[in-house]
Design a protein around this ligand. Structure first.
Ligand SMILES: N[C@@H](CCC(=O)N[C@@H](CS)C(=O)NCC(=O)O)C(=O)O
Length: 205
């Protein structure tokens, strides 16, 4: 069944999905658009809500990064079968996205120097301590993963940390040893590591 993922040529909301597709050994068409060319109107008009990522499989399409990630996780042994555990992990990924959205990344990226400095200060002084202390605690209590073993929630956190690090030019996880170790664990999973080694470095301009 042909699989395709359309996203930008950056990590963002797409990289954890790419990691899980590689981890699961799935062949897929990794379609990427350059940010500087966006909007490509014909592509934008073809998207159900005008936004990326978009996943395709067997002629069907799915939007919303978390819906795609959860589906790909289910195909890559990264979604536990227990319904309570699934719900707990749904809560975890929404907590991670809450952290992400609090940082107002879009506003930060297009802001002037003053706006950037104010938003970055808030991210580093409020949002990272609030969320990362909680993520650290949950990971510590569960053998270094959100659910006691590797699941899609771990990939979601790592994908967004890598993106934040690209945008801020810093390692936002550095004061949180269990989170930092999870980042390394995911990056060193054999098929993920292989993919990282072949991928071109992301540049954000
Ligand atoms: N809630 C959506 C958000 C998707 C989203 O914000 N996509 C952005 C890139 S990260 C986009 O397509 N921006 C270009 C545009 O809106 O034209 C998801 O999680 O997939």
């Amino acid at each position: 069944m042909a699989k395709k993922l359309q996203y930008f040529n950056i990590n963002g909301l797409g990289e954890s999905i790419r990691y899980m597709l590689h981890y699961g050994g799935h062949k897929f068409e990794d379609i990427r658009y350059e940010l500087k060319d966006w909007p490509i109107q014909s592509v934008k008009d073809s998207l159900p809500y005008g936004q990326l990522p978009l996943y395709e499989e067997g002629g069907k399409t799915l939007n919303q990064s978390l819906a795609i990630a959860r589906y790909v996780a289910s195909q890559s042994q990264l979604l536990p079968s227990d319904l309570w555990q699934q719900a707990v992990l749904d809560a975890v990924v929404h907590n991670i996205y809450d952290f992400w959205n609090k940082n107002k990344i879009a506003e930060y990226l297009r802001g002037d120097a003053e706006t950037k400095a104010a938003l970055k200060k808030q991210t580093f002084e409020e949002h990272i301590p609030f969320y990362f202390s909680r993520f650290e605690k949950e990971l510590k209590a569960n053998k270094g993963y959100f659910a006691g073993k590797l699941t899609w929630a771990d990939f979601i956190l790592v994908g967004l940390i890598e993106t934040a690090n690209l945008f801020y030019g810093e390692h936002i996880e550095s004061n949180y040893p269990t989170i930092a170790s999870l980042v390394k664990t995911v990056q060193n999973l054999p098929k993920v590591k292989e993919y990282i080694a072949t991928r071109n470095p992301y540049i954000f301009k």
